[in-house]
Write a protein that binds this ligand. Structure first.
Ligand SMILES: NC(=O)c1ccc[n+]([C@@H]2O[C@H](COP(=O)([O-])OP(=O)(O)OC[C@H]3O[C@@H](n4cnc5c(N)ncnc54)[C@H](O)[C@@H]3O)[C@@H](O)[C@H]2O)c1
Ligand SMILES: O=c1ccn([C@@H]2O[C@H](COP(=O)(O)OP(=O)(O)O[C@H]3O[C@H](CO)[C@@H](O)[C@H](O)[C@H]3O)[C@@H](O)[C@H]2O)c(=O)[nH]1
Length: 481
């Protein structure tokens, strides 16, 4: 029986390995992690991450051919194929700080693999890494050579959170990069055989190592660029009276452009886009490609602009101050159908409002109070470390934050309400009831375009919705920070 071990039981390691176990009953899969609570949660009734459909997949295979364990070394030693899916945060200090990927966790995983291996192994990069990481990993693995041979493959993951199970069941493509040597090609074939259990052959792409590594960064850069492009347009729509949803629909009908990923928003979040673009920028700079680096940097800059523009709209609409005013925040996760808050735009928006001394009342259907408080206390980039290693910087303004159990409680006596995640339930709220219990004038700031602006205006709200024709109230106020 082929044995697979995955180091890192996170948002990627957990679901991807559960899908391999489901689709390959002839393979034994162990997912290992240094985090004891995370592994305990994977072995419990309440999985450590919320992902539609994941419970069923895990519960079907767990204890049969899918195991979660903290016994990292034993499972690595026994495996034929070792996936590495550990954190690759943005560096906060030293060379490349604020841009380059910090490969500390990757390096320690690679050293451990070298130390404990007694048989030949295929080592698979599942984490998103800088181009040429495989070369560094090869050096670490071969340095400790005890007659064991390693083949490194790049197999970047393209799943999106909230749809991870669907994405893994029917991926647009699986990408495998390997060395162009007989042993490299053999390793590629071995990994291909795993995916071939359920992925059609024409969707399994094989490339050289560097193309695979770069394709992951390029895919995220292109996706994020679409969002920054439509968000840049949203500012122009507000200035001109065009409606960003109509513009997105009209351009998306062009089959060369396509309709997906054109939803204007308060900004993109998530653990990947910003980190991967900054990483790409750093790689360009290291290769002397400053103009290329600046081009991609703009995607992140527009995203920051969009978040601060939103805060500016809120503050300027509410008589240029939110000091001491209750502002309801609906949604904290970086997108719907996930409890993940990594790099969520809600953090920057909330911190912006707290900076102006607002009193926040936050509701998200999946994010815990503890998580929200952690996020609002954390320094930039600190979130992307194993949880027990995350430093905390508890600040006073978090006392101005209340975390509540539903949208009606959040909005009671509030002056304004901000929608920061597109949860379906926010489309169906009883906005008349909300209006009746809010202070007047009552403001809605829709950062996800989930509300019916006309209906809200009929109720009596003053409404700002990203990229939509402006309410007379908002029109003459300053629009950028
Ligand atoms: N989240 C996504 O949707 C997504 C999608 C594609 C790619 N990626 C990439 O995949 C990688 C993992 O992302 P994630 O979201 O799963 O991160 P995560 O933080 O959820 O999980 C990483 C896990 O690795 C563990 N870990 C760290 N060092 C370890 C070590 N030496 N030994 C054992 N365990 C160790 C941590 O405890 C943590 O549980 C990153 O490179 C990320 O950029 C993420
Ligand atoms: O039209 C859109 C689409 C998305 N977003 C926002 O963009 C962010 C990212 O969304 P999405 O890409 O759906 O989720 P992720 O889980 O971050 O997935 C991205 O990042 C992963 C990690 O690298 C990749 O594997 C995926 O392919 C890639 O889509 C979220 O804040 C969304 O709200 C928008 O604002 N407008």
């Amino acid at each position: 029986m082929v044995k697979i071990c995955c180091i890192g039981a996170g948002y990627v390691g957990g679901p991807t390995m559960a899908m391999i176990a489901l689709k390959c009953p002839d393979i034994e899969v162990a997912v290992v992690d240094i985090s004891v609570p995370r592994i305990a949660a994977w072995n419990s009734e309440t999985l450590p991450i919320f992902e539609p459909g994941l419970d069923e997949v895990v519960k079907t295979c767990r204890g049969k051919n899918l195991f979660f364990s903290t016994d990292v070394e034993r499972h690595v030693a026994e495996a034929d194929i070792v996936f590495v899916s550990v954190n690759t945060p943005t560096k906060t200090r030293g060379l490349g700080a604020g841009k380059a990927a910090d490969l500390t966790y990757w390096e320690s995983a690679a050293r451990m693999i070298a130390d404990v291996s007694k048989s030949d192994k295929i080592v698979v990069e599942k984490s998103t890494v800088p181009v040429k990481t495989a070369e560094a990993i090869e050096k670490i693995l071969s340095h400790n050579n005890k007659g064991v041979s390693f083949q490194i493959l790049s197999n970047p993951e393209f799943l999106a959170e909230g749809t991870a199970v669907e994405d893994l069941k029917a991926p647009d493509r699986v990408l495998i990069g390997g060395r162009e040597t007989p042993a490299g090609r053999q390793a590629v074939e071995a990994l291909k055989a795993v995916y071939a259990h359920w992925v059609p052959e024409d969707r399994i792409l094989t490339t050289n190592l560097w193309s695979a590594e770069l394709s992951k960064l390029a895919a995220n850069a292109f996706l994020a660029q679409r969002i920054s492009s439509i968000n840049a347009m949203s500012a122009l729509c507000e200035a001109t009276g065009a409606d960003v949803a109509e513009v997105a629909y009209a351009i998306g009908k062009d089959s060369r452009i396509g309709s997906r990923f054109l939803n204007a928003s308060v900004g993109f979040g998530g653990s990947c886009f910003q980190k991967d673009i900054l990483n790409l920028v750093y790689i360009c700079e290291c290769n002397g490609l400053i103009d290329v680096a600046n081009y991609w940097k703009q995607v992140v800059q527009i995203n920051d602009y969009q978040k601060s523009r939103f805060v500016q709209r809120v503050v300027s609409s509410m008589f240029n101050t939110v000091s001491g005013k209750k502002v309801a925040v609906l949604g904290f996760a970086f997108k719907k159908d996930t409890g993940d808050t990594r790099e969520t735009p809600a953090i920057d928006v909330c911190n912006g409002l707290l900076g102006d001394k607002a009193l926040l009342s936050i509701y998200d259907p999946q994010v815990t109070e503890q998580q929200i408080r952690r996020d609002l206390s954390m320094n930039k980039f600190d979130w992307d470390h194993p949880q027990h290693l995350q430093p905390l910087n508890l600040n006073d303004s978090v006392n101005s934050v209340q975390v509540v159990k539903d949208a009606y409680e959040a909005t009671k006596d509030a002056h304004g309400l901000c929608i920061l995640t597109e949860w379906d339930e926010f489309r169906k709220l009883d906005y008349q009831k909300i209006y009746d219990q809010m202070q007047k004038p009552a403001f809605v700031f829709d950062g996800r375009n989930v509300t019916n602006v006309e209906e809200l205006r009929k109720i009596g709200f003053i409404v700002y919705s990203i990229g939509k024709p402006l309410d007379a109230w908002v029109k003459d106020l300053p629009s950028s920070a």
